[in-house]
Design a binder for this molecule. Structure first.
Ligand SMILES: Cc1cc2nc3c(=O)[nH]c(=O)nc-3n(C[C@H](O)[C@H](O)[C@H](O)COP(=O)(O)OP(=O)(O)OC[C@H]3O[C@@H](n4cnc5c(N)ncnc54)[C@H](O)[C@@H]3O)c2cc1C
Length: 429
């Protein structure tokens, strides 16, 4: 049996371990943190992410810790509706789109790895500092919490060590200088009453000034009877360190929403009531032209760090594990199997990395701001016709690997207004 070492127990490393286990393999994970904790805020798990979790046999447990996404609504900076679409099964996909706390998802994967692979499958408090490729194996340099060092040998090394991957730095020293985009994310959660029934994602404002995304990530959070709502604001700011746990405050961003009005949500109050606020700069990590070096392969953020927009970072990381396990289980030659994985994934995922640097479907908010000169509009159809908006959304969904149901077959020609929870929206049904 192949002796496989995985570096990092984030979503990428844990999902890869489960996929390898499904193929009869038993990898070992080395994680630098001495004790995994449910850190982070929200992740928007796309339909293809739910499919992966179903294939891992985790859909029911995932449903229990997440919120079904029903509708997605876009507003200008005054709170006027620009566009809306249904999500997941409500849109006709076979799988749900769901919102989840990143830490809860990680803990679900972690517990499942311990259950299925055994308690010794995850070694914590051990940091990988480098590797040496040999003809028939790889030597991994590990540093323990107490400063002790050791070398372990493996047939394959899967580096899932995140945005600051040391393995990527060794494999691609020329890519070790990431560039700040000028935009920072304020990421936070607020415990509050549900808005619009508790299944809606909101996209708010003119992205040139600031962009806000809001969605619920847990119902009846910790028995409080309230919903835990995740929000993210993007705006220009001086550079900060690229650290998921860097704390911040909301004072700098409140004024962006002085003119914004919604009858079902006071966004300034939501920001002021935040339980926690983190700052995260959007850093450009250039797409790589290879993820492999002999018997070592990069997956997840280590391979394709992207701006954390729209949940594709986590979902693509989870997809990696399934493809990689399939190749390792079916191709005897390890470097060849890793290359086959790269061949199937690299170009497509690099496309998503680049698309995330642009605006994706969020471009509709900038288009409306530009076309109205930043003023209120009377009729959105005269500013952004529905057919034009639909085209943008359909192209984006296709790019990230979840083509809109019926779109290519030409069945989805009837756009109409639908009724949901008493509201009326425009989009593809
Ligand atoms: C603390 C934290 C909070 C996050 N919060 C959010 C969030 O709120 N929203 C969001 O969209 N994304 C968040 N992310 C990122 C998100 O998890 C990833 O974009 C995505 O899920 C891909 O996961 P990954 O496993 O590739 O990387 P990560 O989730 O970053 O996991 C990498 C893992 O590798 C470990 N590691 C790193 N270096 C080494 C090393 N040298 N040796 C051993 N282990 C190592 C890390 O401790 C970590 O557990 C967060 C990541 C972290 C680490």
């Amino acid at each position: 049996m192949l002796d496989i070492a995985i570096i990092g127990a984030g979503p990428a490393g844990l999902a890869a371990a489960l996929r390898l286990h499904q193929k009869g393999l038993r990898p070992r994970i080395y994680e630098t943190v001495p004790e995994l904790k449910p850190l982070g805020v929200g992740i928007d798990v796309k339909v293809y992410g739910s499919k992966e979790l179903d294939e891992l046999g985790l859909l029911e447990e995932f449903r229990a810790i997440s919120v079904d996404a029903e509708e997605s609504i876009f507003y200008n900076k005054y709170g006027q509706e620009i566009y809306a679409e249904l999500c997941g099964k409500h849109m006709g996909y076979l799988y749900e789109q769901r919102f989840v706390h990143r830490g809860y998802l990680q803990m679900l994967l972690y517990r499942t790895v311990l259950d299925r692979l055994g308690a010794d499958a995850v070694v914590q408090g051990v940091r990988c500092t480098g590797y040496i490729n040999e003809d028939e194996s790889v030597l991994l340099d590990l540093e323990h919490e107490d400063g002790g060092r050791e070398q372990v040998r493996a047939d394959v090394v899967i580096a899932a060590d995140g945005i600051k991957s040391v393995v990527r730095q060794q494999m691609h020293p020329e890519h070790s200088e990431p560039v700040y985009s000028g935009i920072t994310m304020w990421r936070g959660t607020t415990l509050m009453e549900p808005f619009r029934g508790g299944h809606t994602i909101l996209h708010i404002g003119a992205p040139q000034i600031s962009s806000m995304i809001v969605y619920p990530i847990a119902d009846d959070f910790e028995g409080t009877g309230k919903v835990l709502v995740n929000w993210v604001v993007e705006a220009e700011r001086d550079e900060t360190v690229e650290d998921w746990n860097q704390l911040g405050g909301v004072e700098e961003i409140l004024s962006y929403y002085d003119q914004f009005e919604l009858d079902f949500l006071d966004v300034q109050q939501m920001l002021r009531d935040a339980r926690e606020v983190y700052l995260f700069p959007l850093i450009r990590h250039e797409p790589l032209d290879t993820w492999t070096d002999g018997r070592v392969v990069l997956i997840g953020d280590a391979a394709h760090a992207m701006y954390p927009r729209g949940g594709n970072g986590a979902c693509q990381a989870i997809v990696d594990g399934g493809v990689l396990a399939e190749k390792l289980a079916t191709i005897d030659d390890v470097p060849e199997a890793l290359k086959a994985f790269e061949e199937q994934r690299l170009q497509a995922v690099n496309g998503i990395v680049m698309a995330h640097r642009g605006e994706g479907y969020e471009v509709v908010r900038r288009m409306v701001e530009d076309r109205t000169g930043g003023q209120r509009f009377d009729d959105i159809e005269n500013v952004l016709p529905l057919t034009e908006a639909d085209e943008i959304f359909s192209k984006y969904h296709k790019l990230v690997g979840q083509e809109r149901p019926g779109w290519e077959q030409g069945q989805a020609t009837g756009f109409r207004t639908w009724q949901l929870d008493g509201g009326s929206y425009r989009g593809l049904v």
